[in-house]
Design a protein around this ligand. Structure first.
Ligand code: AMP
Ligand code: MG
Length: 627
């Protein structure tokens, strides 16, 4: 089979009536969508791909392949999709598969092509046998693109049945053994049953269930890693997605895999400036002399095919001329008039040739769902010609500070009062994560004010971050109100700074939001945010981005009690020997923001760790690069 002669068409033009009028192809399946699944299975079997769709055209376009709506109006069924494909297809054959059959055979094209050739037919259709009955699958077919007029005439006369036009053409049936491969998904229930990643169908977990997975659980003395694990298992991602222009995707989370619509590079090409030649011309023991018969530049191919004893001058990126499989760099040859001479052994056959699809294969996932888009990813997507990207909607996070002693900037600082700084560090950290933020100001230590603020936050945001009021000495009603509004737990975590933490989900007027009640001390707020809230918020955004700790040598001794995690503010720099070395900033008091601001990292001393000696290696979290 010559796969270059076949285009693959995904049939996604239906109304999705049986699924409750949702677009079937875009339903989540196996971590991506049904359509992405089918495209990925078709891609290796064909030269190019296209999608037949009649709604959500932009979303389909984000798969990076052409989208062809029906020509025949009114959702005329899959046959109209076939017609749209035949019209626009530029190869001699078209292979079709429906968007709701994610298990289609890997040899569909090959087997149908064999059948078509063998019977000299116009169309080959897949059939299976179930209980002795032949079951045709007319949406899985390979057909000659020359059939367009016959099909259009049938449709124009009102014909809609997939096999209704078979009497006018020659049809070959090809028997496939595995009936399950043609299984299609028609209802949401089937989708959920069959989707290997159907976790989204599960009801939201309760804290009690999540906590019960731990072998021992004491909210009054909870190790850091247990708290992190409970939080990770409890939060769930927002599901809504939106389509944004490529540049606007920077910092956003990809909602779907981006499937490469092309091979990158698209042709075999040269990795060097030099001469493209046939490896079989290379002489093992004596110099090889080749006649230069043409030149090929990047972007301008040479049409001829050099014969034995000939070569082509080629520039880096130039398309390999037919028959050539190797490139000798120019510095390895002697030019002698119209010819070049190269010494034996300077290259081996196949050297300096880049293969089509070496960077990315047509149909492979160029970027995976869940990735936070960085500058390199923008470039990668641009290199594929992708103009728009499906991303998760931004996470909405509301936050406020609690405390009667807090004053906002611009207010006079009464005796015993402090300016509210937490709202600014929290603002900064949320902004870096790319959240939509709702700053709710300072809330007084007053039950009614607090309840109202929590309810308002809950009704407008996905997550709420508060600071202050959760420690033991604080007025009890903060905890009471949080607990009354939902499923919230209060921990004393084995860590320093930042022992108290409230975590859970609250609800108000039918809306719910995850709640992080951080302690009030300014350094404790940042530490608790980075080590508990950050990963959870990213998870809610649909991204997996655990903190990356690196190792560095401690320049001095650090006193540390085993049995709790300590976070010390540090400055990481190169030591005298060029290796990373960290020293602790001055006072580590949990209210001292200055040492936080001077620091460029946190030294993380885990539970088991005792005193650190000068020269010992420790874990470090760098602030820069933290999104
Ligand atoms: P709390 O957890 O409410 O008992 O607060 C602990 C300490 O942190 C107290 O000294 C508070 O004044 C201080 N604090 C609480 N919230 C803030 C804030 N938003 N800005 C600055 N300091 C705060
Ligand atoms: Mg307070």
């Amino acid at each position: 089979m010559n796969k270059e002669s076949i285009s693959g068409l995904l049939l996604a033009g239906g109304r999705g009536t049986r699924m409750g009028h949702v677009d079937k192809g875009l339903q989540p399946f196996g971590g991506t969508t049904m359509a992405a699944h089918v495209l990925a299975r078709l891609a290796p079997q064909v030269a190019t791909l296209a999608i037949n769709a009649n709604q959500n055209l932009d979303t389909y376009a984000a798969f990076g392949v052409p989208v062809w709506p029906d020509d025949t109006p009114g959702f005329a069924g899959p046959l109209a999709g076939l017609e749209a494909g035949l019209h626009r297809c530029t190869t001699p054959y078209l292979l079709t598969a429906p968007c709701d059959s994610p298990f289609l055979p890997a040899d569909l094209a090959e087997r149908l092509f064999e059948g078509l050739q063998r019977e000299d037919a116009d169309l080959a259709v897949a059939v299976t046998e179930e209980n002795g009955l032949r079951q045709p699958h007319p949406v899985f077919c390979l057909l000659k693109t020359g059939l367009t007029p016959v099909l259009s005439a049938y449709l124009a006369a009102g014909g809609r049945r997939m096999d209704g036009w078979y009497p006018q053409i020659k049809v070959a049936e090809v028997l496939f053994g595995d009936a399950d491969a043609f299984r299609n998904i028609n209802t949401r229930e089937e989708l959920q049953q069959l989707d290997p990643s159907a976790h989204q169908a599960k009801p939201l977990p309760r804290l009690a269930d999540v906590v019960s997975c731990l072998s021992s659980y004491d909210p009054e003395a909870l190790p850091v890693r247990d708290a992190q694990r409970i939080i990770r298992d409890f939060v769930t991602p927002v599901r809504a997605t939106e389509q944004v222009a490529l540049r606007a995707a920077l910092g956003r989370v990809l909602a779907l895999d981006v499937i490469s619509p092309i091979n990158v590079p698209s042709h075999d090409n040269s990795a060097m400036d030099g001469y493209a030649l046939r490896g079989s011309d290379l002489l093992p023991d004596t110099p090889t002399r080749l006649r230069v018969v043409g030149t090929t530049y990047a972007g301008r191919a040479f049409d001829g095919a050099p014969q034995a004893g000939e070569c082509i001058r080629i520039m880096t990126g130039g398309v390999m001329p037919a028959g050539c499989d190797s490139v000798v760099p120019q510095e390895f040859v002697q030019v002698d008039g119209e010819s070049i001479v190269l010494a034996p052994g300077v290259i081996r056959p196949g050297d300096n040739r880049r293969f089509a699809g070496e960077d990315l294969k047509l149909g492979s996932a160029a970027l995976a769902a869940g990735k936070v888009v960085r500058p390199a990813d923008l470039g990668l997507l641009a290199s594929l010609g992708v103009a728009e990207v499906p991303v998760r909607r931004r996470l909405r996070v509301a936050f406020f500070s609690t405390g009667d002693e807090l004053r906002s900037i611009g207010q006079p600082l009464d005796e015993g009062c402090v300016y509210d700084s937490n709202r600014y560090t929290i603002y900064g950290m949320l902004q870096r994560l790319g959240c939509d933020i709702i700053d709710m100001g300072v809330v007084r230590d007053d039950p009614q004010a607090l309840e109202q603020a929590l309810r308002d936050a809950c009704e407008s945001a996905d997550a709420i971050i508060t600071s202050g009021g959760v420690s033991v000495g604080a007025a009890d009603y903060t905890r009471d109100i949080m607990a009354r509004l939902g499923d919230v737990t209060f921990w004393k975590i084995g860590m320093r700074p930042g022992r108290p933490l409230a975590f859970g989900r609250i609800a108000s007027n039918g809306r719910s939001a995850f709640l992080f009640g951080l302690p009030g001390n300014p350094v404790a707020v940042m530490v608790s945010f980075y080590f508990f809230a950050r990963e959870a918020l990213l998870r809610m955004m649909g991204a997996e981005a655990p903190l990356e700790l690196m190792r560095a040598r401690s320049s001095a001794t650090i006193r540390k009690k085993p049995g709790r995690t300590e976070y010390q503010r540090g400055i990481l720099a190169r030591g005298a020997d060029g290796q990373p070395e960290v020293r602790i900033t001055g006072s580590q008091g949990s209210g001292i923001l200055r040492s936080m601001s001077e620091a460029n990292c946190m030294v993380v001393l885990h539970d088991e760790q005792g005193n650190v000696q000068a020269g010992d290696m420790v874990d470090v979290l760098l602030f820069e690069g933290l999104i």
